[in-house]
Design a protein around this ligand. Sequence first.
Ligand code: MN3
Length: 198
Amino acid sequence: MAFELPKLPYAYDALAPYMSAETLEYHHDKHHQAYVDNGNKLAAEAGMEGKSLEEICMASFGTNAGLFNNAGQHYNHLHFWNWMKPGGGGAMPGNLEAKVTEDLGSLDEFRNAFIQAGMTQFGSGWCWLALKDGKLEVMKTPNGENPLVHGATPLLGCDVWEHSYYIDYRNARPKYLEAWFDNLVNWDYVGELFEAAS
Ligand code: MN3
């Protein structure tokens, strides 16, 4: 199944002032498009164009870095656009909140751990809330890697590649992570992924 660039689920200027239209235009139209185009080319070269995106991620991890980087980033960004919404942040669904409290201590501890993971990911990558063996974990991964290839289900991920924040925050990655978590996260979508994975 060929990769396709989805439309953003909101207007380019809908996430301002926390993420500008200029950032979304470059990030979605240029960066994500490049992952789609390169991923399709490399999947065809590897004879994997008939496989699902998840299958391609798993099959190429550790064996075909070019294909994996592009397929992983396509997977990550498909979710990333939905992990944000205008007027996001705030309360998460009650069943997820209960699980966060049970597994990670408290909502504050989770928020701090998530932001810390994003701050300490050296270079490009992602920070995550993922479900592994029935337990929530905060994780970080380099480049296009994601929790899937570590046997976990991603529930929430924040892109800490510079292309995601440099126009709006310059080098202030912590400010971006705090603003993103507090004002952009679409907890309804995170809750849907949690229900599906539980
Ligand atoms: Mn990105």
